[in-house]
Design a protein around this ligand. Structure first.
Ligand code: FAD
Length: 472
């Protein structure tokens, strides 16, 4: 066999370990650079590959009714090292896939160390040297400061964030449109808008007062020690901090009622309005504008469901604020996760703007396959958008809608969820949002099952047609 130049993978976390494994499976040599234990991070405790830094759960393993369970099933079918090792080190956890974290990380480390095509180097990479022609950067939410600086100079100051500022995202078809209505403030059309781009939820004075009280009293998540030193940015203050600054602050900020007329009760002026903005091109998901928060997840669901129109809201994502290094991927990366400005560099894992162990490993799996295909002179094949892998990479590389509003950058990390999948009957390409009943009824288990069945069937077709080596 001809000798191939190695692919360099930087970072041996969930994504980098999976990427290195996938590359080796294709017969391509890999150099895996991991800085631990020589240079520790603020949260990892060992020198093992794929260390789980917090919970030991890979979340639901239900491949018929949960998006992350579907992602598990797809990863198993694609020969994922992370999923197969998780299965081998599974602990009893009801419907969730939880693992013995030490056994899991030790087994991943042993698998990588015993793979002859993987050359492991324990070193911090400060900047990928120019002679490396095929590189995967999978250095995660705590990318070392020196490499982050190098990336920032490649991508531009604003394109690499060091904190996420996550506002909750709601499934459109769980919003009550007998109360909410579509309208842009002052009916402004703006570039690419219709004048009715936002969903508006009205509050009376009594409802607003009760909402502010609930925010102030709600239980908050504390910052980790390594996050606490970082001050809040202007433009992405948590809503509860805004509420602390004065009872009217929110009414003059993200909840201002001006320029809006309640289409159901035109004569009645709302005292405050919560706006939701379309978040994905499919039009299935809407984010709560300016609602980044440190409230605990249970508290968010309880308090935000008191907002008129959101009484039955199903959340695709709840809010948060964390130390996190991630790229503005929809702008910077091409469809196979390469930096457009320097295509020898490909990104994987949480640094691309996915969230969580499983999603990071899944993006590592795809990045590894793309990089190996490229090295072998093949054209990398993208997973269908109807699969969980396709939906996730679609969110990262283009599915998200960029906002022109002020405030935190609109692309924020996200877990896989059904709202990222095209609705049943979807016929791409499609410009307009699907009809309200065309999306996924979040509580409709029949639709979830149908979406999962479609995803797994399309994955099989992809494997047969585009991935002749996937079943090896
Ligand atoms: C405090 C905290 C708690 C979390 N809790 C959870 C949770 O409960 N559940 C969940 O699903 N997700 C959780 N996450 C997110 C989860 O950690 C990530 O989604 C996942 O680990 C990302 O995988 P990754 O491979 O992208 O990054 P990581 O797993 O972090 O791996 C990146 C690797 O790159 C290495 N590295 C960094 N810079 C360099 C460099 N310059 N040179 C060489 N190596 C480098 C690091 O040492 C690390 O091993 C948490 C994250 C944090 C920070």
């Amino acid at each position: 066999m001809r000798s191939l130049r190695p692919i360099h993978v930087i970072g041996g976390g969930l994504a980098g370990s999976e990427a290195a494994w996938q590359i080796a499976r294709r017969g391509v040599p890999v150099v895996l650079h991991e800085m631990r234990p020589v240079h520790p991070t603020a949260v990892h405790k060992t020198g093992q590959f794929a260390e789980l830094v917090c919970s030991n759960s890979f979340r639901s393993d239900d491949a018929d009714g949960s998006a992350v369970g579907l992602l598990h099933a797809e990863m198993r079918r694609l020969g994922s090292l992370v999923l197969h090792t998780a299965d081998a080190h599974k602990l009893p956890a009801g419907g969730a896939l939880a693992v013995d974290r030490d056994g899991f990380a030790a087994a991943i480390t042993a698998a990588l160390e015993s793979e002859p095509l993987i050359d492991i180097r324990r070193e911090e990479i400060l900047e990928p040297p120019p002679e490396w022609d095929n590189v995967i950067i999978a250095t995660g939410p705590l990318t070392s400061p020196a490499l982050a600086d190098a990336l920032r100079s490649l991508t531009g100051e604003a394109a690499l964030a060091f904190f996420d500022a996550i506002a909750p995202i709601v499934h459109r078809d769980s919003i009550d449109f007998d109360i909410a209505w579509f309208q842009s403030r002052y009916d402004k059309v703006g570039p690419g808008g219709s004048g009715a781009d936002y969903i508006n939820c009205p509050l009376t004075r009594a409802q607003y007062d009760a909402f502010v009280d609930a925010l102030l009293a709600g239980e908050k998540t504390a910052f980790h020690d390594f996050e606490a030193a970082t001050p809040y940015f202007d433009g992405c203050l948590p809503i509860e901090i805004m509420a602390e600054r004065g009872r009217e602050t929110l009414r003059h900020g993200p909840m201002k009622p001006f320029g809006l007329t309640d289409s159901h009760r035109p004569g009645q002026k709302p005292y405050a309005v919560v706006q939701l903005r379309q978040d994905n091109k499919l039009g299935t998901l809407f984010n709560m504008v300016g609602f980044q928060t440190k409230l605990k997840h249970g508290e968010q669901a309880r308090i935000f469901r008191t907002i008129p129109g959101l009484g039955n809201a199903e959340f695709a994502r709840l809010g948060g604020l964390h130390r996190n290094t991630f790229l503005n991927s929809p702008k910077l990366l091409d469809a196979t996760l390469r930096l457009k400005a320097a295509p020898r560099l490909r990104f994987a894992g949480q640094i691309t703007g996915c969230e969580g162990y499983v999603e990071s490993a899944a993006i590592g799996l795809l990045a590894g396959r793309f990089a190996a295909a490229e090295r072998l002179g093949e054209t990398p094949a993208l997973p269908p958008p109807t699969t969980a892998h396709g939906a996730l990479i679609g969110h990262i590389t283009g599915g998200h809608i960029e906002t022109i509003d002020k405030g935190p950058r609109s692309f924020q990390p996200m877990n896989v969820n059904f709202g990222l999948l095209p609705p049943l009957g979807y016929d791409p390409p499609r410009a307009a949002p699907p009809a309200a009943d065309g999306g996924l009824g979040p509580r409709n288990s029949g639709k979830k099952r149908a979406l999962c069945a479609r995803a797994l069937a399309d994955l099989e077709a992809w494997i047969v047609g585009a991935l002749p080596h996937a079943a090896e």
